[in-house]
Design a binder for this molecule. Structure first.
Ligand code: F6P
Length: 318
């Protein structure tokens, strides 16, 4: 029997709950003791642990957000903060920590490993910006939320013969904008990974309206620009009527998609198998539909970029 603690950290994402459920239920089935930590690394420092039974993770599979709550902690970045957390873990005899979060949370997980704590990472972020996994938790759900939002905007833009400039999240990564752009057949995407020229885009939009189009959609990744400014500039350059919509945190909510529920269930299950196999200090992900794992060093050294082929698909279909 091992004692295993689980926490969620950084920006929440749809599917974190189903990942927690999978780790906890599999852990209990394999005879381990499971602990929840409230509010991420803050909870480790505040000694905010609770023992979890199977019932504690009932009814969360299909809920967005994270019932363990999430937080970003500056204190945990300091050696003093980390020591407090490590002392709490040792005092409680916790053998393993499972961290669900994005890049910043993985740095925290790496810090625990350096203090001798056996730690796992699960890629919890809507941004799809973690190397060595094809997907991150919540990305697919967010893609569906953004696709639905673009559909709603298309209706009204079409009635009023306008250009909709829509800002998607993603921090420094353009994947949400790119893939939502493909799924929605938009006219242009602006992403940080590819240089763009607003003069060219304005000319193409204008040509589209001249050919009889009733609307146009431009998706801007937040890492590539600001929708209000882009809309203003496109209006000035093309003379078309533009409207900006910043989708914001609506993208992080909603019930996780079937894909995110299955993906997280598989990864959560695999964490416990790895513990039973004597493997730790790794972050999990999915590559070519297989659940895989890599050391945090490998992940930090990995390339964080959009799928170039995917970008070509967009360009060839536009
Ligand atoms: O990393 C997830 C994310 O939603 C980014 O896409 C976005 O830039 C950021 O978090 C927003 O952070 P906050 O919720 O702190 O405003």
């Amino acid at each position: 029997m091992k004692k295993i603690a689980i926490l969620t950290s950084g920006g929440d994402s749809q599917g974190m709950n189903s990942a927690i459920r999978a780790v906890v239920r599999t852990g209990l089935h394999h005879g381990h003791e499971m602990y929840g930590v409230r509010r991420g690394f803050k909870g480790l420092m505040n000694d905010d642990f609770f023992k979890m039974a199977s019932r504690d993770v009932s009814d969360i599979l299909y809920r967005g957000g994270t019932f363990l709550q999430s937080a970003r902690s500056e204190t945990f970045k300091t050696p003093e903060g980390q020591q407090v957390a490590v002392d709490n873990l040792k005092k409680r005899g916790i053998d393993y920590v499972v961290v669900i979060g994005g890049d910043g949370s993985y740095r925290g997980a790496q810090a625990l490993i350096k203090h001798g704590i056996k730690t796992f990472g699960l890629p919890g972020t809507i941004d799809n910006d973690i190397p060595l996994t094809d997907y991150t938790i919540g990305f697919d759900t967010t893609l569906n939320v953004v696709t639905d939002a673009i559909g709603n905007l298309r209706d009204t833009m079409s009635s009023h013969e306008r250009v909709s400039v829509i800002e998607a999240m993603g921090r420094h990564c353009g994947d949400i904008a790119l893939q939502a752009g493909i799924s929605s057949g938009v006219d242009a995407i602006l992403i940080p990974e590819v240089p763009y020229n607003l003069n060219d885009i304005a000319a193409e939009l204008k040509a589209g309206f001249d050919r009889g189009k009733s609307h146009s959609i431009v998706v801007v990744a937040e890492g590539a620009g600001n929708a209000e400014e882009v809309a203003k500039e496109l209006k000035a350059l093309s003379g078309l009527d533009t409207r900006a919509t910043i989708l914001g945190h609506i993208q992080r909510g909603g019930t996780p998609s079937a894909f995110d529920r299955v993906f997280t269930s598989r990864m959560g299950h695999r964490v416990i198998e790895l513990i039973d196999e004597g493997i730790d200090g790794v972050a999990l992900g999915m590559e070519k539909n297989e659940i895989t794992y890599h050391t945090f060093d490998e992940i930090f050294a990995g390339e964080n970029t959009i799928n170039k082929k995917m970008y070509q698909v967009f360009m060839d279909l536009v």
